[in-house]
Design a protein around this ligand. Sequence first.
Ligand code: ADP
Ligand code: ADP
Length: 239
Amino acid sequence: MSTLRLRSLTMQYSPKDKALSNVSLDIQAGEVVGLIGPSGAGKSTLIRCVNRLTEPTSGEVLFKGQDLTKLGSRELRQSRRKIAMIFQEYALIERLTVMENVLSGRLGYVPFWRSFLRKYQGNDIQSAYALLDRVGLMEHADKRADALSGGQRQRVGIARALAQQPELLLIDEPTAALDPRTARQVMRLISDICNEHQLPAIINIHDVNLAKQFVDRIIGLKAGEVVFDGKPEELGNDA
Ligand code: ADP
Ligand code: ADP
């Protein structure tokens, strides 16, 4: 079953340039999709339209059969809880601990104060520890987020996204700020976790070689249009 269907998705920021032009795609349950293409191709816009951080000009975004472009703010908030984001610059709350950052995924918004997290205890803490264990950060649970390396910070970002118990992951350039070895480790972790949970993901990734190693399917965008859609091995070496 398709988790996500885009139908004729079009985004026009200004009259003369289309950032996305009639993009139609189906993302199946459990599919890890790498979105590649030159700068300005529309990759970020596509990801942002999926959870309506950007309002598309026209077209449909069907998530589990529901058109997100038609939802009111309350229903949209509910749907967004099922769609987790992982960011290039991690977007962690620096002054909170690793554990508190992971718990904030359950909250669904950025907590201003620690006290927002007090309602979490018992099972929530247990599952947050389990997630930290899965991403290899158990010993760092009580450190402040800003005490960690880039790779560790991205692992916190992954654990926080999973704490939301998402049904779809949207991942924007997860490795752009990382060295090549750490980037591979982070991509391997994301792809392993998605496979374990049959969790579909769309990963905006500029590094084609990295995409080819770790995704199930590659979608190439150019000037707002889909110019490639296939398995990594079908993509030529000159891409
Ligand atoms: P990519 O992520 O592939 O680099 P983007 O989605 O960021 O591409 O951009 C696609 C096109 O839309 C580019 O021409 C870019 O300049 C334009 N664009 C992106 N965001 C905005 C915006 N907020 N306002 C106007 N134009 C934008
Ligand atoms: P609801 O549960 O009605 O969907 P929210 O989960 O968005 O509402 O918010 C729950 C409570 O947290 C509200 O009292 C709201 O004012 C507060 N809140 C929402 N966003 C933030 C934020 N970013 N920082 C601190 N408090 C927030």
